[in-house]
Ligand binder design. Structure first.
Ligand SMILES: [Fe+2]
Ligand SMILES: [Fe+2]
Length: 360
């Protein structure tokens, strides 16, 4: 078996996710051109509108998954070049109709294939990665469904375009339509692609991931792995707490009756950050590291319990669904900015060397 370190696996996944996100951002931009391209085909209108809406939701969900995953890298140069090439094809004034639609369909297929790859890699990863990538299932199912929908659209429109005739409703077309219908039903039943996450769900997901990482560090047998896992935990806790302060705590501190409670939670964050700094300077194979991680676990668990119990109640009392969804988007983008600030250190750091965890 190929020996791949924990950090390398995570970097590999981060790289796939970065590629998927970059392509998804491009797809969202191309969607209006594709809708204009097929404007004369009534049968395409509803499907394309639904695809465009779903693509934007999938992009937001990807952003959530990536911040929850907690490790960011640049998209690959190849992916950047390829996406740029497709942009040019779709934007070219003189490109043939079928070629433009084909280029678009190609990227959609690429998304579905890489989405499947991420899903399969996550299956053999540690539980914190599986937890972070949970909402990706819905995105991936949606991407697969869209491939079937676009193939079917291409068939309907391009046949009409070239021959002036309706396509014969052959077996292939019926299978594609059926595949899209089944995938749609799967999303409606199990998936999350259409759901907007509210801030309480987002915070809860982060809390669950931190809990899992603590377990993984304690169960880990090697200092190298402990170090990699602690590095991830540190990035997660630092970005979570800072984003939480700036987007959630700050908002509720303006209410007199809540100020004290949020001030107290803020000072608990300070305590967590201090403990993280101390552990960061310890050798992952030492007894002191083990003891301090155990202490930190207790502090974090206590803070999380109080947050989910008391603070979530306060948040609920002052917000409606819309505000909680908007807050989650603010939280994700803030957390993502903090991670992007951290990420260059991750990329350039020597991987999996104990004691070389880069400074944040
Ligand atoms: Fe929290
Ligand atoms: Fe907190």
């Amino acid at each position: 078996m190929l020996a791949v370190s924990e950090q390398e696996t995570r970097l590999g996944l981060a790289s796939e996710l970065a590629d998927i996100e970059m392509r998804q951002r491009a797809i969202v931009q191309w969607n209006s051109s594709i809708r204009r391209l097929l404007a004369n085909f009534d049968e395409a209108r509803d499907t394309l509108e639904q695809i465009a809406e779903e693509d934007e939701k999938n992009l937001r969900m990807l952003e959530t998954v990536m911040t929850n995953f907690g490790m960011r890298v640049e998209p690959k140069e190849f992916t950047k070049g390829f996406t740029e090439l497709v942009s040019q094809r779709i934007g070219a004034a003189n490109a043939p109709f079928v070629e433009k639609l084909g280029a678009y369909a190609l990227v959609k297929q690429n998304q579905a294939m890489c989405g499947y790859l991420v899903h399969k890699v996550a299956q053999v990863c540690k539980p914190d990665v599986k937890a972070a990538l949970g909402p990706f299932e819905g995105v991936q199912t949606s991407m697969e469904k869209q491939v079937a929908q676009i193939s079917s659209l291409m068939e309907k429109t391009a046949v009409k375009m070239i021959s002036g005739e309706e396509p014969a409703t052959g077996v292939t077309g019926r299978i594609r339509d059926a595949a899209a219908t089944v995938a749609g039903a799967v999303i409606n039943t199990f998936g999350k692609s259409g759901d907007e996450m509210d801030i309480l769900n987002i915070l809860r997901m982060d809390h669950a991931k931190a809990k899992t990482l603590f377990q993984e560090i304690e169960q880990s047998n090697t200092a190298v792995e402990k170090n990699d896992l602690f590095y991830q935990l540190r990035v997660d806790l630092l970005s979570h707490s800072e984003a939480e302060e700036q987007t959630v705590y700050r908002h509720f501190q303006q209410f007199d009756e809540m100020k004290d409670r949020f001030d107290q939670a803020w000072s608990e964050h300070e305590e967590i950050r201090t403990a993280l700094d101390i552990i960061n300077n310890l050798d992952a194979s030492s007894r002191a590291f083990e003891d301090r991680v155990k202490d930190l676990r207790a502090i974090v668990q206590d803070h999380v319990d109080k947050e989910e119990d008391e603070i979530f109640k306060l948040i609920r009392s002052k917000t409606d669904d819309d505000l909680r969804i908007r807050m989650s988007q603010d939280f994700i983008s803030r957390k993502s900015q903090i991670q992007q600030h951290i990420s260059p250190h991750i990329i350039t750091s020597p991987m999996s060397s104990p004691g070389t965890s880069p400074a944040l």
